[in-house]
Design a protein around this ligand. Sequence first.
Ligand SMILES: [Zn+2]
Length: 382
Amino acid sequence: MAFQYCRKCVMPNTKPDLFFDEHGVCDACQSAELKNTIDWDLRRREFDELIEQFRNRDASNYDCIVPVSGGKDSHYQVYIIKEIYKMNPLLISFESSSRTPLGRKNLDNIKKAFGVDLIVFEKNPVVYRKMSVEGFRKVGDEFWPNHLGIFTVPVRLALQAKIPLIIWGENSQLEYGGPKVARMKNVLNRRWLEEFGGLLGERVEDMIGVDGIEKKDLVSYFYPSEEELTAAGITGVFLGYYFKWDARPQVDLMKEYGFSVKEDGPVEGTYTDYENLDEYFQSVHDYLKFVKFGFGRATDHACLDVRNGRMSREEAVAIVKKYDGKLPRKGIAEFVKFSGLSEQEVNQVIDSFTNKALFLTDEQGRLLRDGDGNLIKCYQEY
Ligand SMILES: [Zn+2]
């Protein structure tokens, strides 16, 4: 497969599950155009019906569960559910890997701004750290247990608390591209989680035996069985299927409800200040994506801005060149503290996941770096 960038946005075809048409346009761009043809009024009426079906009439339980991280999307989800639809939601938050004070502040703000109950699931940090280190070493993703827990914990609690409706936020396939079937579907189930939840082929069972982890340590990370979920009538839907998702105007609106962005400049690895504010080493996660596939978080954001008509392709190229794939020194230092690994070991693991076909190497195949320690992409022509 020859390397190419989408001709409309700046996404490369190395992104997994992203397909290009014969004109060299990625399917996330096609999906963005499709969003303009969707009858959003009809979708909204579908949502109205769904909500009425699940509303708890005798106030004997909550109406729905809303899984939240505390970020901009969480604010917007709760805004729609509580403020617009006057539902009575129970919020559930799976504690992030290493939470920043800004992340905590935003999570607290949701409760106060909208007047809702919140359960924060504080994970066993010993087991979580072991899973994080294993995910980092084995599949190059230190947030592996987080990808799992944010999906399994709310579903398990929905089952236990007999609250059958779970309302998730954006549909990442609709926003960032992916197989058509996944984009058009609004339901989150086990199959979706395994295919699109970012688990990279690793299963929770694979964690048993890692550094002494036992099955009983992983109770909360197992997705309930289809039989249990069907019997309880548990339904999980994406709000992004019913409402046209667009981060920037949503951020502006949520600021009016007290959502805080990062005030001392953009998040490491990108040019925006409104996303992924709650993790100390988010930038390591994003950088691993960059070394594997040749694009980072700045590319994701620039592509969204291009598709939503806020940025030209030329501007996007300039921004990506400026921000994407810089060695995340702050994030690595934080991950060293969290993981107990040495800096040298962290860098070795990162190098082991680096796709050398995408970066310049010397004659011995060693990765070349610029004066700031950053890798140099082979494909600079967009
Ligand atoms: Zn594109």
